[in-house]
Design a protein around this ligand. Structure first.
Ligand SMILES: [Zn+2]
Length: 52
């Protein structure tokens, strides 16, 4: 699990991720999802770019 990415531009809070439903202390307030889901989405987007 990588934790290199910093989210200084985001405010993190403890809560339930709206995507995976997991309790996390790293919920992006603006997004409602945990950083894991946001990272997954980023990775997915990058992968799709490569495939096209
Ligand atoms: Zn999540």
């Amino acid at each position: 699990m990588q934790t290199e990415t910093t989210y200084s531009e985001f405010d993190l809070e403890k809560g339930i991720c709206t995507c995976c439903g997991q309790l996390s202390e790293e919920i992006l307030i603006d997004d409602g999802r945990c950083v894991d889901c946001v990272e997954d989405e980023k990775f997915f987007d990058e992968t799709m770019k490569d495939l096209k």
